[in-house]
Design a protein around this ligand. Structure first.
Ligand code: ADP
Ligand code: MG
Length: 385
């Protein structure tokens, strides 16, 4: 049995803990607030600010874990690098966590070092630099703080007049104090995919059936499997995912995001951990992305992944802020639908657009599976929220 410290305890962490517990592991779930989803199923929990290196050091000294599994980006990753040097295993590697903490480092590795095709991009640290960068890249362009996730501070700029608004929006939406913005060429993709990629220490790299997804305000609303993609484009995505996951090293699941145009594939970004759009794997196959993550982490064999067929997920979002434990209604209605499952995350409070639950569905084709998942999600309501 291994002692695993999970840094970040959201809904993905919760499913990961369940998968780890099924294999008899011991898990300490960490987050900045008490009662976080993964804490509810872990052996122990700690409440700390994960951007505080000393706070991480303190709980590592207290619990002496064998493995640290980051679940979020906002972690003092310099501390992970020093912990790795002292002999701790960081998943997939401390460098991978460090490079993906912000958008700039991983983008430079992908585009400049590995020469993967990405949207043209540039950086800006002032409004004038942003103007110049946007003029160079052209309109429309996408403006994002390098330190942000879930679409926070992100906007599409259609004309030079909108630059100031985009700058202010990015400043408001950024995490931390690093005032750096990435401005990207807008890719008018046909669709986008997440390619879950399992990197193993001893086995070969495995690519999961591609997942399609729809984003709204930078956050996912529905995901489905399989995404319909031409075989030659999927092959390209595999090659790109292999390159970048090999560069990052270690073991575990990666969610590699691509934009797919008519005849090409653009690398967008990557999570060195299970991906939110990958929650669909909870019903689409015998080993979910969480089962695969723990197997890869523990160097356990993955001889076969049994795919069950067209599946989809649709999110349930809160509308308002509330500090009271949310009360759900309509779960019975959702579950009365055939081939539907529900995961309620158990978050102790709500805020607008916070993801609170997900509906999962299987059907004879992706359109039907998507429809069913959306229908089931729509049955679930949060009282007064
Ligand atoms: N350069 C781009 N061109 C077109 N759409 C984009 C571009 N960058 C981001 N998007 C859209 O915004 C979504 C969120 O952007 P992403 O960079 O993945 O940020 P996050 O880290 O918040 O997920 C993407 O999944 C895509 O739908
Ligand atoms: Mg993304």
């Amino acid at each position: 049995m291994k002692k695993i410290m999970l840094l970040g305890s959201g809904e993905l962490g919760k499913e990961f803990v369940i998968s780890a517990k099924r294999l008899g592991q011991y898990v300490i779930a960490v987050d900045r607030y008490k009662g976080a989803p993964a804490m509810q199923v872990a052996d122990e929990f700690e409440v700390i600010n994960m951007l505080d290196g000393d706070a991480i050091e303190k709980i590592v000294t207290k619990h002496r874990p064998d493995i640290i599994v980051p679940e979020i980006e906002a972690i003092r990753t310099e501390k992970l690098i020093s912990l790795e040097k002292s002999g701790l295993t960081i998943i997939p590697t401390a460098e991978a966590a460090h490079l993906t903490m912000n958008r700039d480092a991983i983008r430079d590795v992908a585009a400049r070092e590995l020469k993967l095709k990405t949207a043209n991009y540039s950086y800006a640290t002032s409004i004038d630099e942003l103007k110049n960068a946007a003029n160079k890249i052209g309109y429309p362009c996408v403006v994002k703080p390098v330190m942000s996730s879930s679409g926070k501070g992100q906007s599409v700029v259609k004309t030079p007049k909108q630059i100031e608004l985009a700058w202010n929006y990015a400043c408001d939406g950024m995490r931390g104090d690093k005032l750096k913005i990435i401005v990207e060429e807008f890719i008018p993709f046909e669709f986008e995919i997440t390619l879950l990629t399992v990197k193993q220490r001893t086995g070969k790299t495995i690519f999961i059936t591609p997942i399609g997804h729809r984003q709204e305000h930078g956050d996912y609303r529905e995901s489905w499997m399989p995404a319909k993609i031409k075989p030659q484009l999927l092959k390209k995505a595999h090659t790109m995912a292999k390159k970048i996951t090999d560069r990052l090293g270690g073991a575990g699941v990666f969610g590699v995001e691509f934009f797919i145009t008519k005849n090409d594939v653009y690398f967008s970004e990557l999570s060195p951990r299970p991906h939110d759009t990958g929650m669909v794997t909870l019903v689409s196959q015998n080993l979910s992305e969480f089962d695969l993550h723990i197997r890869a982490i523990l160097d356990l064999p993955i001889p076969e992944i049994r795919y069950y067929g067209p599946s989809a997920s649709a999110v349930v979002l809160a509308k308002k802020s509330s500090d009271e434990n949310p009360k759900f209604v309509g779960i019975d209605k959702a579950l009365s639908l055939k081939n539907v499952e529900v995961r309620v995350f158990g978050k102790p409070s709500t805020r607008p657009n916070r993801r609170m639950a997900v509906a999962l569905a299987c059907s004879k084709n992706i359109e039907q599976a998507k429809k069913l998942a959306i229908k089931a999600a729509a049955q679930i309501k949060i009282l007064d929220c």
